[in-house]
Design a protein around this ligand. Structure first.
Ligand SMILES: [Mn+2]
Length: 315
């Protein structure tokens, strides 16, 4: 795998044709928005390009997927680019489908995707910022359609420009995107304020289950298999629930534990100093410094006991 810069990434995009841009499973606004904006960029350069998502695109993210950008089948003999995918596990049940990517574009600290070339900016809060830089590198103006996708990516991964790794450059790019005339308030409402009945059902369960440990530095929300199934929520509905316990005063690390098939999925968030990415890597998972996850055997209750023990003396 070769680490490449913007110049050689652009060269690569100009030389090749027939691209498939692949986003991660259980998609978020960044992977969807970035992938769509990259396909738009490639098409502006006269290329054939499609995007593919290993999971159905959740309704909430459809406005950021562009029109006629995503294909439901995996086309053959394409130049494969992964966007925002840090590990093979992030491809969900499509891990085997892609083999080695020709190019991986990512902003995670550690990228273990099999790829020929890697364009990584691990200090960027979103992949969308990398795609915006590629527009500049290839001298393509960002139009309103692309701006909607890129803004959704940035806003989504920065929690609405609130997380600590939001950079001045992030805000400058957001300003540029706003100048295209996008309805940024509607994008933020779509990303952060809308709640479906299944999410409301899970919220009730989540608030009711909050427990604090280690002098209030660790907060855990546990959702049982019954609660999860009865709610009718999708995996992609869970983002806002993951953030609930982090809001409690004095909490550094928050966890949401829920069933995932026969296993339990533990999603961690931190506020100021605890590196949840490093912790989740120890446990066989991964993610970002302030948002990461791992999976473990057992019920959510068993996973909770294990987590509490694993964090003992570390907060
Ligand atoms: Mn991202």
């Amino acid at each position: 795998m070769l680490r490449i810069d913007y110049e050689s990434a652009s060269q690569f995009l100009l030389e090749k044709d027939n691209f498939l841009v692949v986003c991660h499973a259980c998609p978020d606004g960044d992977t969807i928005g970035s992938s769509a904006a990259l396909v738009m960029l490639l098409r502006k350069k006269g290329k054939t390009a499609w995007a593919y998502c290993p999971d159905p695109i959740p309704e909430k993210l459809v406005p950021f997927a562009g029109n006629g950008i995503f294909t439901k089948d995996i086309p053959q003999d394409t130049v494969k680019i992964s966007v925002d995918v840090a590990t093979p596990a992030m491809l969900g049940d499509k891990q085997e489908a892609f083999g080695v990517f020709d190019l991986s574009i990512d902003h995670h600290k550690i990228n273990s995707i099999p790829c020929e070339r890697l364009l990584i900016r691990d200090n960027f809060i979103s992949n969308a910022e990398i795609i915006a830089d590629l527009y500049d590198e290839l001298s393509v103006g960002i139009d309103k359609d692309a701006a909607v996708c890129l803004y959704a990516g940035i806003s989504s991964d920065s929690g609405g420009f609130r997380y600590s790794n939001t950079r001045p450059q992030t805000m400058r790019l957001a300003a540029r995107l706003m100048e295209t005339g996008i309805d940024f308030a509607a994008i933020n409402r779509q990303l952060f304020d809308k709640m479906t009945p299944p999410v409301l059902a899970l919220m009730k369960a989540a608030y009711g289950s909050v427990e604090l440990y280690y002098g209030g530095k660790l907060a855990i929300v546990t959702i049982s298999k019954e609660e999860y199934e009865q709610s009718g929520a999708l995996d992609t509905d869970l983002d806002e629930i993951k953030s609930i316990p982090r809001r409690i005063d004095g909490v550094e690390v928050s966890a949401m534990i829920r069933p995932k098939g026969d296993k339990a999925q533990i999603s961690l968030r931190s506020n100021e100093y605890f590196d949840v990415a490093a912790f989740c890597r120890e446990m066989g998972g991964g993610g970002h410094t302030r948002a990461a996850a791992f999976r473990t055997e057992g019920t959510p209750e068993q996973a909770k006991a294990m987590l509490i023990k694993a964090l003992e003396g570390r907060l």
